[in-house]
Design a protein. Structure first.
Length: 136
């Protein structure tokens, strides 16, 4: 961890909850799911998450395979994972919503990754203060 990151964590009173190994395991474990879920990431040095808004079911997959673990690692404050994907069927037919919530929950628990499940989203905190996790 570089000095700037350490100072930022100290200034904001944040504790680390993930390490590079856990991020690597999460990125690798996503391949076990029926589809790679989309996610919203909040970086330590940015005020807004990316993307700024995320739906409860997305029409796109997450870029877990193209995400170097180091990019998640020490600089991520949190990621919100959306375990639902709206699969387009046709113009006149409503999309089919695929849900991998159960598989994602089992994966996070198996890997012992601390998370909070709320409002149909799974939040994994890289750094946080005073969080009651659903599992550790």
């Amino acid at each position: 961890m570089d000095q700037n990151t350490g100072k930022l964590l100290q200034k904001r009173g944040l504790a680390s909850h993930m390490n590079d190994t856990k991020w690597r395991e999460l990125c690798a474990g996503i391949k076990e799911l029926p589809f790679p879920p989309a996610y919203q990431a909040k970086w330590l040095d940015e005020s807004e998450p990316s993307p700024s808004i995320i739906d409860s079911a997305t029409t796109y997959w997450g870029d877990w395979g193209g995400t170097p673990e180091a990019a998640l690692g020490v600089h991520v404050e949190w990621i919100k994972i959306v375990p639902r994907y709206k699969r387009h069927v046709g113009r006149l037919v409503a999309p089919i919503v695929e849900d991998c919530s159960d598989q994602l929950r089992l994966l996070l628990k198996r890997l012992r990754i601390p998370f909070v499940e709320r409002d149909d989203l799974f939040t994994v905190y890289g750094h946080a203060s005073a969080i009651d996790f659903d599992t550790v």
